[in-house]
Design a binder for this molecule. Structure first.
Ligand code: CA
Length: 230
């Protein structure tokens, strides 16, 4: 069973999402409040992906805070935020701590399932058996148990961050365009959302660089993308 948490307070949108997830072969687990979402997560530890609406009723914490708490509890959970078009994207991006992706309302059933499919595929870990460890001193990425270490100290990464690191470590010294990163990590050809690449790179830098303001491991290739190892 491929369970997906659907946290959305508006019942019409929730029903729309639920119907389309079922149609695509998923088992939606519904929640209309943050509290309900946490209960559902506890009762369904096999939920792999969570769809979180940002704007929840006033008495509730918002989707960002739900995201933060779910991420703190499980770094491997796939998290997709549902945002309204009226919300300012920059603010949304800045607050998207720990989310893997976002979908802007209104969205089509095809868009919804494509994003969830892509995230599920990545989480499914099509592990390449041929190579189990990638080395780039002081870093080491173990692909079997997906641990990433710097000087033998474990760095906690989300699934998306891990996939970014993997892409870089497989292509040391090569300039990789933001489009390539987006395609490889998010599994989509739609390159209208490249900002999410920058947001995640910023986050990875904070975790792995000695001085994130002056990165030396992930360097910027101006007007193009990024490069691993300067
Ligand atoms: Ca809402």
């Amino acid at each position: 069973m491929k369970k997906v948490l659907v946290l959305e307070d508006e019942s019409s949108i929730r029903s729309f999402v639920v119907i389309n997830l079922k149609r695509a072969g998923y088992t939606p687990i519904e929640a209309d409040t943050a509290e309900r979402a946490f209960i559902q997560m506890r009762q369904n530890p096999d939920i792999r992906v969570a769809l979180l609406d940002i704007m929840l009723p006033d008495e509730s914490i918002d989707g960002f805070e739900v995201c933060r708490r779910l991420r703190a509890a499980d770094e491997k959970l796939g998290i997709i935020m549902l945002t309204a078009r009226s919300q300012e994207m920059d603010k949304v991006m800045g607050l998207m701590t720990g989310a893997d992706d976002y979908i802007t309302k209104p969205f089509s059933p095809a868009e919804l399932t494509a994003r969830i499919d892509a995230l599920y595929r990545r989480l499914g870990g099509e592990q390449d058996a041929e190579k189990s460890t990638l080395m780039f001193p002081p870093f080491k990425l173990d692909l079997r148990d997906t641990t990433f270490t710097k000087h033998d100290t474990k760095i906690r990464l989300t699934q998306v961050e891990l996939n970014i690191i993997k892409l870089f470590m497989e292509n040391p010294g090569k300039a990789i365009s933001r489009e390539e990163i987006y395609h490889s990590v998010w599994g989509s050809d739609d390159s209208s959302d490249l900002k999410i690449v920058d947001v995640n790179i910023r986050r990875v830098r904070i975790k792995i660089e000695d001085d994130p303001q002056n990165p030396v491991y992930i360097t910027t290739v101006w007007g193009y993308g990024y490069r691993w190892g300067g």
